[in-house]
Design a protein around this ligand. Structure first.
Ligand SMILES: Cc1cc2nc3c(=O)[nH]c(=O)nc-3n(C[C@H](O)[C@H](O)[C@H](O)COP(=O)(O)OP(=O)(O)OC[C@H]3O[C@@H](n4cnc5c(N)ncnc54)[C@H](O)[C@@H]3O)c2cc1C
Length: 391
């Protein structure tokens, strides 16, 4: 699809001028308000053709070039509308996994439903398996046409609202840890699934634990072959460390206007120290956007070096901390209270919430330390860490 980028920009802008939700940062909003706003906003973006620009052209709103995607993300970021927290696992992770590794039936069954509002969560981490994801212990035992699942998942973002789950389970304990893992698509309403939201210190319930007690998953819901789920999981993780970060980086750049507003409001317009630090921040955020752009440009051309995604991830999380810490510093005591419900959003209108949420990004999608290990070992060819710590 060829498009005049400026025409597209005008089109998105005029859509946002009338359709972008307002009041979504209202501190008194409840969980139900949050869910309603998220679902309505996603529906509007789907109908307008801006929710899934990275999907293929077979889907309405898909088939956009990278240049077009950037225009859409830039405009969404600039318009100050909510991030799609309820559906990003569906439109990024579930899409990438099914598109790259799912069979024709799975794609036909699930991808259109995402556009109708079906939401997915990611059931990878467990109490004893995070950085060392291959250590998962949730068992999947084949019995005829079904797998019977027993175990526990943790830190599953928005799992309490999800219809489906991207699940990693162990079908064999033989050989290397990675070899016995199988990738399954689980119905969150299946008998034996218990979801317990995790209540966070600032009042949010952004994640949930998922308990699995003899849950039956049809064999037809397996992605790839039995025992080959580790390779499929890489498609999910690559989406988490690639496209998601491009959108987030653009949102951070879009939010720099809020920081500039704060400089004026708090009388720092003549303060050379503050202006210098703001200049450093703007440069840092621009650099992250450029790194994310380059990563995706390369990926579209089929170029990806081990460690590239880790560089994007760490550059983003470092800039995010600098951005929110700067906002907190400028706002003074007014900014020190915490808004009750943010669901891990990063441009909440409350600097303390943004500052606290920024630390989640040192862990989410693979911790900073582990990303550094990947860069050191697989990109710079430095010695591997001793056995027992292997990712
Ligand atoms: C905001 C957020 C959203 C998330 N969403 C999901 C989700 O939807 N689904 C899901 O499955 N999981 C999710 N997670 C979980 C996330 O993937 C894990 O928290 C992460 O992989 C780290 O695992 P862990 O918490 O078990 O920490 P651990 O692996 O126990 O790590 C603890 C500390 O040890 C360090 N460490 C561990 N291994 C090494 C090593 N080899 N070298 C050096 N340092 C090391 C880590 O960097 C970290 O500082 C989410 C986490 C966050 C913060």
């Amino acid at each position: 699809m060829t498009h005049d980028l400026e025409a597209l920009r005008r089109e998105v802008r005029s859509f946002l001028a009338t359709e972008a939700p307002s009041g979504w940062r209202d501190a008194s909003r409840t969980q139900d308000d949050f869910v309603r706003t998220q679902r309505d906003w996603f529906g509007k973006l789907v109908r307008a053709g801006y929710a899934i620009p990275h999907w293929p052209a077979d889907y309405p709103g898909g088939g956009r070039s990278l240049a077009e995607q950037k225009v859409i993300y830039e405009e969404l970021a600039g318009a100050d509308c909510p991030r799609l927290l309820l559906s990003f696992v569906s439109t990024y992770h579930a899409f990438a996994t099914l598109h790259e590794c799912g069979n024709a039936g799975q794609k036909a069954r699930y991808l259109p439903k995402i556009l109708e509002g079906e939401t997915w969560c990611q059931g990878f981490s467990e109490p004893g398996a995070g950085s060392d994801l291959a250590a998962i212990r949730t068992r999947a035992e084949r019995k005829g046409d079904v797998y019977v699942i027993n175990g526990q998942k943790v830190w599953s973002t928005m799992a309490q609202f999800a219809d489906k789950c991207l699940l990693l389970a162990r079908t064999s304990a033989d050989g290397v840890k990675q070899a016995g893992i199988t990738y399954l698509l689980m119905d969150m309403k299946a008998p034996g699934v218990t979801i317990r939201p995790i209540h966070q210190i600032q009042g949010d319930e952004e994640f949930a634990e998922i308990f699995l007690d003899n849950v039956e998953i049809p064999v037809s819901e397996r992605v790839g072959e039995e025992g080959k789920g580790w390779a499929v999981a890489q498609a999910t993780l690559a989406s988490e460390r690639g496209l998601t970060l491009m959108e987030l980086s653009y949102r951070m750049r879009g939010a720099l206007g809020r920081v500039a507003g704060l400089i004026r409001e708090h009388g720092h317009s003549e303060d050379r120290g503050v202006l210098r630090d703001f200049g450093v921040l703007v440069t840092q955020v621009d650099a992250v956007c450029a790194i994310a752009d380059q990563f995706l440009d390369n990926r579209i051309k089929g170029i990806e070096h081990m460690g590239d995604a880790s560089i994007v991830k760490n550059a983003y999380s470092r800039a995010l901390r600098a951005y929110s810490a700067f906002g907190l510093r400028l706002g003074g005591m007014d900014e020190q209270y915490v808004a009750p419900i943010t669901f891990g959003d990063l441009n909440t209108g409350n600097w303390m919430a943004d500052f606290m949420n920024s630390y989640a990004w040192t862990i989410a999608g693979g911790s900073e330390e582990v990303q550094r290990n990947i860069i050191a070992e697989r990109m710079l060819d430095m010695p591997r860490e001793p056995k027992g710590w292997v990712l």
